[in-house]
Design a protein around this ligand. Structure first.
Ligand code: NDP
Length: 335
């Protein structure tokens, strides 16, 4: 079994030396377990949190253990009557070729509905995140202005397209002209602003009336530019702040730019709420899946993946994700 382990906890940005690649015998499935051979591994920003032992909503990966992750692949052996060899599933575990997981953690998927890798992205955890966060917190109404950061990414592309379906004016924020072009031409956002330029001026031009819903994926200077432009009764969906995941606590506090002044939260009656998709998302997965598949069939939902070849390249790809080097949902083709 080819595996990627956490060799040590990174300080700041992860480096290749924080990971270790090993070959071990494949696991044997226990009673109720299914042996899955991964074809695709999902790489997601939350994994940076699992590499650290700072307090969090989830337990960290132990040093020396296989890196946390979800895979989509094929059942090769099963001790759960609901699955048989050859079935395609999402929900395999870890940065590894073979995993033995409880059948209750697996979702049977159908490649005639969508390619296998899509069950890790638009039809998987990132797509579910977008849907849950908009339903529960963003609640965009027709005619409102919605701003989405990391707009070309796994979550952002789905958020913006759902907001368009709801009849909103949707402005993306992304890094560089290629991503911005894609967000407007392919995904159909009304505009996309490059955060490497003068974001404040671009926001004033694109959203002269202000912003009703801000979907927060990045934090840092992007948040600082968007926040003062929220309108009365605006909603700020706190999904993630990837620009801050490599920060060393305390170390760069002195010279860091000031964060946004949250004082106007009261005057403007803003609602700022964080959420974790696993809190309430998975019990609603069947409803989400039906909705998303219908949008895909109707041609109203597009998605872009960034496919990296080979499990051995997962560490470098993950390091790149935290620097914006991916373009679309990042997945590893395991073989
Ligand atoms: P993406 O596919 O969007 O990839 C990450 C993107 O973030 C990069 O491509 C880059 O886009 C942007 N980025 C990375 N570093 C920086 C930086 N320093 N400054 C500004 N932008 C940066 O990832 P996901 O869609 O998977 O995740 C998006 C966010 O959603 C993350 O914060 C993640 O933690 C969060 N999330 C939260 C969940 C929850 O339950 N709350 C569940 C799933 C995801 P660009 O080049 O355009 O800047």
């Amino acid at each position: 079994n080819l595996q990627v382990l956490l060799r040590r906890r990174p300080v700041g940005a992860p480096t290749p030396e924080d990971f270790e690649i090993v070959e071990t015998p494949p696991p044997a499935p226990g009673e109720g377990e299914v042996l899955v051979r991964a074809r695709y591994l999902s790489l997601d920003p939350y994994m940076r949190g699992r590499m650290s032992d700072a307090p969090s909503y989830a337990r960290p990966v132990a040093v020396g253990a296989v890196m946390e992750g979800r895979t989509a692949g094929e059942v090769v052996a099963s001790r759960d009557p609901r699955f048989k060899p050859g079935d395609l599933v999402a929900g395999g575990y870890g940065w590894q070729r073979y995993s033995a997981v409880g059948g209750e953690r697996l979702i049977k998927v159908d490649e005639s509905e969508a390619p296998l890798s899509a069950w890790l992205g638009v039809l998987g955890m990132p797509g579910l995140t977008a849907w849950v966060g908009l339903e529960d917190i963003g609640q965009p109404k027709a005619g409102e202005t919605v701003v989405v950061s990391a707009a070309s990414g796994a979550v952002g592309q789905v958020v913006g397209q759902i907001a368009k379906i709801r009849g909103c004016k949707v402005i993306g924020i992304a890094g560089g002209p290629a991503k911005c072009d894609f967000v407007v031409r392919e995904l159909g956002f009304d505009a996309c602003l490059d955060h490497r330029g003068d974001l404040a001026a671009q926001l004033d031009a694109a959203c002269p009336e202000g912003i009703d819903v801000y979907w927060e994926n990045v934090g840092g200077p992007v948040q600082a530019a968007v926040f003062p432009r929220l309108r009365d009764f605006g909603r700020m969906v706190m999904c993630g702040m990837i620009a801050q995941y490599n920060e060393v606590p305390g170390a760069n506090a002195a010279g860091a730019p000031p964060g946004p002044n949250l004082g106007p939260v009261v005057r403007k009656r803003l609602r700022i709420q964080g959420f974790i998709v696993s809190d309430t998302g998975w019990p609603r997965y069947p409803q989400f899946r039906a909705r998303m598949l219908a949008w895909m069939r109707e041609g109203r939902m597009k998605w872009r993946e960034d496919v990296v070849e080979g499990l051995r390249n997962a560490p470098a790809a993950f390091i790149g994700l935290l620097q914006g080097r991916n373009f679309g949902k990042l997945v590893v083709k395991v073989d």
